[in-house]
Design a protein around this ligand. Structure first.
Ligand code: ATP
Length: 210
């Protein structure tokens, strides 16, 4: 599904990650590594929002050569999402829904599914960190991506929303064959995500533990 070839990411002279040649199959992956290991860096590179050396591709669609088509296939929720404070949640979702080609009704289904309907029209400046996190999750599920990247999705969301998130991931994977890469310092519940596979980042390298 996701192919890395001669991938290297450095910040100035500091090499963070080097992946010679790895093909990740379809699935749900938990990317693990200590603080500063490079998890967010990798997710941002896959999302196409960080420069890097080498190639990342989904099938035959290369991020560097087919940027628009590639980015349509990849959705990303940042660990600490930042949004324009003057917009409402509904306006933010409408923008993303259009950009991602979401079908009619999908956004409303996600908003009510995760319980945001009571404050969806309020300005984002009034949102708590958990409310912003839920918004970032809704945005990540919009459209029809092939891959959804969730950086620390468990941070700040309540137990009820976590159950919704597990259900959404399983449904999307089973029904639409969408793959997921999640980073989390908190343990992910393997019973609630059957087939969860682990990836490790250690010593600037990626190891597939499956
Ligand atoms: N914008 C940046 N400029 C310079 N160095 C950076 C930048 N972003 C990250 N780094 C460095 O890259 C390395 C990997 O950082 P990254 O945020 O990807 O780690 P992480 O595994 O997500 O960490 P954590 O578990 O603490 O969130 C760290 O050494 C960090 O200092």
């Amino acid at each position: 599904m996701l192919h890395f070839n001669q991938f290297e990411k450095s910040y100035f002279d500091h090499l963070v990650l080097k992946i010679d040649n790895i093909k990740l199959p379809e699935g749900i992956f938990w990317i693990k590594g200590s603080n500063g290991a490079g998890k967010s860096t990798l997710l941002k590179a896959i999302a196409g929002i960080l420069s890097f050396k080498g190639e990342i591709a989904i099938g035959t669609v290369y991020l560097k050569n087919h940027g628009v088509s590639y980015r349509k296939m990849v959705n990303f929720a940042a660990a600490e999402p930042l949004f324009p404070e003057f917009l409402s949640g509904a306006e933010m979702i409408a923008l993303f829904a259009k950009a991602k080609g979401a079908i009619s009704g999908q956004a409303e289904h996600l908003i009510t599914g995760i319980g945001m309907q009571d404050y969806i029209n309020n300005p984002l400046s009034s949102y708590s960190s958990g409310m912003l996190k839920k918004l970032s999750l809704v945005l990540a599920f919009l459209g029809k991506p092939k891959l959804i990247l969730l950086d620390e999705p468990l941070n700040t969301i309540d137990a009820e929303s976590l159950e919704v998130l597990y259900r959404w991931i399983n449904e999307k994977h089973e029904k639409e064959r969408i793959s997921f890469i999640l980073s989390s310092h908190q343990p992910l519940d393997a019973l609630k995500l059957p087939g969860l596979k682990q990836i490790n980042i250690e010593d600037k390298k990626l190891t597939l533990n499956f």
